[in-house]
Design a protein around this ligand. Structure first.
Ligand SMILES: [Zn+2]
Length: 316
């Protein structure tokens, strides 16, 4: 009887994680994970994570990168946005602003994350989180991906000096903490599989592709968060969709663009999935059998009496 936590660690680069000895990104069993590019030259976040969840290629899961993301295929814009989110040309800022504006309005929690109404498209294809003893949050392609849009929005705000660098990183680590904390919470429940997406390393990679010290600091902090998750789940699977090209690795011709160095790592003594398309089957094979979990499930318990509810003001 085990619970498997899955962390979709966006842009975790296998070589960088090894260079900096990130022991929680590189669990007992770890290796390079084969990824793919479909609409562009390099792996695309939404396309790959949807393929991880569904096990199929973009034409089958329906989320090939088009529409609002088409703008990124302009090489100048793509380069500017990838390399220097803090230094975007004005045109690019306006376009990103428009893309992210969505339905606007203040954040529900009043945290000042205004203007992030955009939600990502979600696949109609079957996926690995559908069984009722499996849960998922913030995963691009199978959820509205709120944290992913927030990240882009905040990078854009930082690029316009609307928020400070300190404020940007408070928000990004705040979301990383929510993601890690949610998985810890699921580790206390009867779910068999819980998957969560974390975008902090991707934001850091785009921002610090020419600043090894700052990128290393983010890797180390995120690795520490993963360590706390590890204490609260039975087993862990860490995956990335791609890595990040950086200035100090020979052969990385475009720092700030996604690299092909995706990783997979797990606490299980098992062969890793070879490619992003194998993850779904791998999870089905290694996750606790759903019937086992269901057999142990108890009806919801509630000792509160009608009188107590009346006292509390919940009943007339
Ligand atoms: Zn990504």
């Amino acid at each position: 009887m085990t619970m498997l936590g899955i962390i979709a660690l966006d842009a975790a680069d296998y070589d960088l994680a090894r260079e900096w000895g990130c022991e929680n990104m590189l669990l007992e069993t770890h290796g390079k994970l084969e990824t793919f590019a479909h609409s562009g030259e390099n792996p695309n976040t939404l396309e790959v994570w949807t393929s991880v969840a569904t096990g199929v290629e973009p034409p089958s899961h329906g989320l090939a990168s088009t529409g609002e993301q088409q703008q990124w295929r302009n090489p100048v814009l793509e380069y500017a946005s990838a390399v220097a989110p803090y230094l975007l040309p004005k045109d690019a800022r306006v376009k990103i602003g428009t893309w992210l504006r969505g339905d606007g309005g203040a954040a529900e929690d009043g945290s000042g994350t205004d203007g992030v109404g955009m939600t990502l498209r979600q696949t109609d294809h079957s996926h690995l989180f559908e069984p009722d003893n499996r849960v998922v949050r913030w995963w691009p392609g199978v959820t509205p991906g709120k944290h992913l849009s927030e990240t882009w929005h905040w990078l854009n705000l930082a690029s316009r000096d609307d928020i400070s660098d300190d404020e940007l990183w408070r928000r990004l680590y705040g979301n990383a903490g929510l993601e890690a904390g949610w998985l810890q919470g699921m580790g206390q429940t009867d779910v068999a599989v819980a998957g969560v997406h974390m975008h902090a390393l991707d934001a850091a990679g785009h921002a610090f592709a020419t600043h090894p010290d700052r990128l290393r600091e983010v890797y180390e902090r995120v690795d520490r968060l993963l360590g706390s998750v590890r204490e609260h789940v039975d087993e862990l699977l860490v995956l990335s969709d791609h890595g990040m090209q950086v200035e100090w690795i020979d052969g990385d011709s475009k720092p700030g663009f996604h690299s092909w160095r995706a990783l997979a790592s797990t606490t299980l003594a098992a062969d890793l999935p070879e490619s992003v398309f194998d993850v779904r089957d791998w999870v089905d094979e290694h996750a606790a059998d759903s019937d086992d979990r269901r057999a142990e499930r108890q009806p919801a318990v509630m000792d509160t009496t009608e009188e107590q509810l009346r006292d509390l003001g919940y009943l007339e």
